[in-house]
Design a protein around this ligand. Structure first.
Ligand code: HEM
Length: 386
């Protein structure tokens, strides 16, 4: 968490004086994360009363359950010793988020935690997985239930939402790498330049190096694969009240499909009369760049790169439109996980193999729409790099 020296942290100062964890682990997490949450709440200008309410909630649910929700406190280096959460890049089991609703609405402070039981990192780790359910059961004063419809639905959801989408995106990545040899070479060069240790020693980059190294061209490549591959081509919502969109009345209860593969995304934008845009639409219109009509259909990772003030080339996520993970409170739950998987797998594959061009008969980009929008075939000619 960055510097909070300008903040008063009144609610935090009062509550932390009187509220304590009932063991060292709880105390550690409460003192660390309570202060973080308090800083975010104050910086987001939550009223003082609301700051107290949110901090009480945080204390009650995150720091003061019968077993330490966030697991044993880390070692002296601040990193978890016996367990690693997939939730965040530094393996701690909390992730904070500051969500801007619109440019005029108040921001929301959100966080998510992964319940860590007593056993991770020990021989009893499988019991540790069940421990999450056990913790929630204990809180709610009920019996532990593992084989329930809810848990089956969750697992099915993870399989459908997580596995299909990621594998489809990887297939598109391979198709575009094979069809664009210049991009393949550029990406490999960027990876070698970024992972100096691995390149010098003839190793693969480690998982930690991949997670922590900034490779703008890799990010640009992945974002461009999302844009043109378009694994999930629509986001669906049901209107909860009557709405007007670009002058059209949409009654409450209508299924609205927002396509992410049409105008603005993969074809030139439609001409929209400015006066029929809503106020919020007008206010957020310039949040993203607009793609050139001539290049919108082409695969060009460089469109996502920009020079920053120091003249360094960096990834620019708002260069133009693409929403591969949806948007808003129901946006993809596994986005960070997916990004880490894509980064890791693409790095290892491009590091280890060259992909030779395909004969024209099997080189097309025909797609089929099943659960995802996927390439009908993905043929590869990998040549190991020694
Ligand atoms: C490249 C990979 C992925 C893509 C392109 C993707 C895309 C999406 C999209 C477009 C949505 C709908 C968002 C919306 O309605 O605004 C979604 C939802 C969801 N995704 Fe992903 N996803 C990916 C990977 C994953 C992974 C690895 C997981 C982890 C388990 C995951 C779990 C979910 C869940 C649970 C939802 C439903 C969220 C909700 O309704 O609240 N996804 N994803």
């Amino acid at each position: 968490m960055g510097c909070d020296s300008k903040l008063q942290l009144k609610a935090w100062k009062t509550l932390s004086k009187y509220l304590h964890g009932s063991n060292e682990d709880q105390e550690y997490w409460w003192k660390l994360t309570g202060r973080h949450v308090a800083s975010l709440l104050e910086a987001a200008e939550y009223p003082l009363e609301k700051q107290y309410e949110c901090l009480f909630f945080h204390y009650r649910w995150t720091c003061f359950s019968k077993v330490p929700d966030m697991g044993p406190a880390p070692g002296s280096d601040g990193l978890p010793t016996k367990w690693k959460s997939l939730l965040s890049l530094d393996s701690t089991s909390i992730e904070y988020s500051w969500k801007w609703n619109t440019t005029i609405a108040e921001p929301d402070i959100r966080y998510v935690t992964e319940p860590i039981g007593q056993y991770p990192g020990t021989e009893l780790r499988d019991i540790g997985k069940l421990e999450s359910e056990a913790q929630m059961a204990r809180r709610d004063g009920r019996d532990i239930k593992i084989d329930t419809q809810v848990i089956r639905d969750e697992l099915f959801g993870f399989y459908m939402a997580g596995q299909e989408t990621t594998s489809t995106t990887l297939c598109w990545a391979m198709r575009y790498l094979t069809a664009n040899l210049n991009v393949q070479t550029k990406l490999r060069t960027a990876l070698r330049e970024a992972h100096v240790r691995a390149h010098r020693n003839g190793d693969l980059p480690s998982a930690q190096e991949i997670a922590q190294t900034d490779v703008p061209y890799l990010e640009a490549f992945i974002q461009e694969v999302h844009r043109v591959g378009n694994s999930v081509s629509s986001i669906v919502r049901v209107t909860t009240k009557d709405a007007v969109v670009l002058g059209h009345n949409i009654p409450e209860g209508t299924d609205v499909f927002m396509l992410t593969n049409g105008p603005n995304y993969k074809t030139p934008p439609l001409k929209i009369e400015e006066s029929i845009r809503s106020k919020t639409s007008r206010e957020t219109k310039d949040k993203f760049g607009v793609w050139d009509n001539w290049s919108i259909k082409r695969f060009i990772p460089e469109r996502w790169l920009i020079k920053n003030e120091e003249g360094r080339v960096v990834f620019n996520p708002v260069a133009g439109y693409t929403h591969p993970y949806g948007a808003g409170p129901r946006a993809c739950f596994g986005m960070k996980w997916a990004q880490l998987m894509l980064k890791s797998i693409i790095t290892i594959i491009v590091w280890s193999f060259e992909f030779a061009p395909l004969p024209p008969a099997i080189a097309d980009f025909k797609a089929i729409d099943v659960t995802t929008h996927r390439a009908e075939f993905t043929y590869l000619r990998p040549v190991p790099i020694h």
